[in-house]
Write a protein that binds this ligand. Structure first.
Ligand SMILES: [Fe+2]
Ligand SMILES: [Fe+2]
Length: 212
């Protein structure tokens, strides 16, 4: 059944989704963690580089949630709104898996997550107001960006860290499907110039959350 939500309803739902994204331990995945099939390998005592990479990926998922939530708030076509929400639900798995891995590695999620959530939510909501073609194009371009990071991180993980690798590989598969789905649903393929600006913006996130 399709319920019509008032603006207040939507804002309360958005707040609830935001808290579920930002409060540690509150994301509940639907699929089992692909890392669970592997035992913990003997890793370096201080896997700083791996925790930095996994923290970047976790914040990437926080941003993905925020983008989808923002777009769902303003998307015009109900089918697009639903597709955005469906993708956001799938990203919850990624969010929970990355958080679990960071905990296992004895590290923490980024302290900058609330700021990145707020920025991405605003961007998503703006994209939603520009129309579904732009909004879906933005999803596709963002997912392409995420795929690039994931491929790069997969080459940087220690070979014995099968758990982190299993998570990133499953994420890569999902994100690339999200990108194709957004284009198939009518999203615009952005010009390389716009994608370059997005790459620059993503560098701000990756450089800071690696440490913080
Ligand atoms: Fe994701
Ligand atoms: Fe995705």
């Amino acid at each position: 059944m399709n319920r019509r939500f008032s603006l207040i309803d939507k804002l309360v739902i958005s707040l609830d989704r935001g808290l579920k994204t930002l409060v540690p331990g509150s994301a509940s995945p639907r699929r089992s963690n692909p890392a669970d099939t592997y035992g913990e390998a003997l890793l370096d005592d201080s896997p700083r580089h791996t925790t930095g990479l996994m923290r970047i990926n976790h914040t990437g998922e926080v941003c993905a949630q925020a983008l989808y939530h923002g777009q769902a708030l303003t998307a015009k076509d109900p089918a697009v709104r639903e597709a955005m929400q469906h993708s956001a639900d799938e990203e919850v798995d990624h969010l929970a898996w990355c958080e679990q891995r960071l905990n296992e590695l004895g590290s923490h999620t980024s302290r900058l997550n609330p700021a990145f959530y707020a920025a991405s939510f605003t961007l998503g909501a703006l994209a939603g107001t520009l129309g579904d073609k732009i909004s879906l194009g933005f999803v596709a371009a963002t997912e392409e960006q995420v795929c690039k990071h994931l491929r790069d991180h997969l080459t940087q993980l220690p070979p014995e860290d099968h758990k982190s690798r299993a998570i990133l590989q499953q994420m890569l598969e999902d994100e690339s499907a999200h990108a194709s789905k957004a284009i198939e649903a009518g999203g615009q393929d952005f010009a390389p110039g716009i994608k370059e600006v997005m790459t620059l913006a993503s560098k701000v996130m990756t450089r800071s959350t690696y440490y913080l």
